[in-house]
Structures are given as C-alpha cells and as structure tokens.
Design a protein around this ligand. Structure first.
Ligand code: RTP
Ligand code: MG
Length: 139
C-alpha cells in the first residue's frame, strides 16, 4: 500500500562542518526518497525554541540549542512512501555509540563525549511533527 509522506530532515551543524551533507543526501536518494526542497541557513534561537519546544526544561535542552546555533544547517523536505518512519530508520538511534552500522549515525556520527549528542541529522518523528516542522523551516 502506498502512503506518500513528507518529512523534515535537518543536516545539523556537525554534518555541515564535517562536509557530510553530500553523503547524507546521497543516502536519502539512494534509498529512493525524493528531495523536494532544500535550503541552507543559520537558525535563529526563536526557530530552534519552537522546533525543540517538546524538550524545553530537559538537561540537554540548552546544550542542544547552543549546538544547533553553532553553524549552518541544511534543511531538506523529503518525500517518499512511509518516509517519516523510513528516514528515522536510515538515521539510526539517537546515541551515535549504539546506532547500528549501516545507518547514518552508526556509520558517520562520533561520540565526542560532549553534553549533547552531535548526531548529524534530525528527522521528524510523526506525521503531526512533520507537518509542524515543515511549516517552521519552509515558510
Ligand atoms: P532528532 O529529534 O534530532 O531527530 O533526534 P531523536 O528524535 O533521535 O532524539 P530526541 O530525543 O528528539 O532529541 C533531540 C536531540 O537532542 C539531542 N540529545 N542529546 N542525552 C543527550 O545527550 C541527548 N539527548 C538528546 C540529540 O541531538 C537529539 O538528536
Ligand atoms: Mg526527535
């Protein structure tokens, strides 16, 4: 059954700084997903505060927002069948140390022992998040 969805992928500042944008986009396209829109930007704190509203108050929130402000981000609108779940599977689990080999985080993200996981990518986690986040980053 076909369930065409769109998701928001962010190549985080560590991915851009390490020149992994091309490799990450290659993996998305190789999986059969389509890049429908793309932009590079330096995110404002207000945008990040909205994007990460669900994490406000958690111990990693401040380091997370500081990390996301630390350099340019590539925001990508990606389309495909069940792409919301599919991209999260392609990305691997949050912690780079335990993310499975074969995933973006498992193959490419390093655990630097910092206050926050610098794990290269973000992917929306539900249809509701995808709609909200795409509106935020592409409007
Ligand atoms: P994302 O939202 O970036 O796709 O990642 P996720 O769903 O796998 O992880 P989430 O729980 O939503 O956390 C958002 C981001 O916060 C950082 N984080 N660091 N304990 C930690 O050091 C920690 N926990 C979360 C990561 O950058 C994570 O992707
Ligand atoms: Mg998340």
């Amino acid at each position: 059954m076909s369930t065409i969805e769109e998701t928001l992928v962010l190549i985080k500042p560590d991915g851009v700084a390490r020149s992994l944008s091309g490799e990450i986009l290659r993996r998305i396209e190789a999986k059969g997903y389509s890049i429908v829109d793309i932009r590079m930007l330096q995110a404002e704190r207000s945008l990040l505060a909205e994007h990460y509203a669900e994490h406000e108050g958690k111990p990693f929130y401040e380091p997370l927002v500081e990390f996301m402000e630390s350099g340019p981000i590539v925001a990508v609108r990606v389309a495909g069948n069940r792409v919301i779940e599919g991209f999260r599977s392609l990305a691997g689990t949050t912690d780079p140390t335990t993310a499975a080999p074969g995933t973006i985080r498992g193959d490419l993200a390093r655990d630097w022992g910092l206050k926050v996981q610098q794990n290269l990518v973000h992917g929306s986690d539900s249809p509701e998040s995808a709609e909200r986040e795409l509106q935020l980053w592409f409007s």
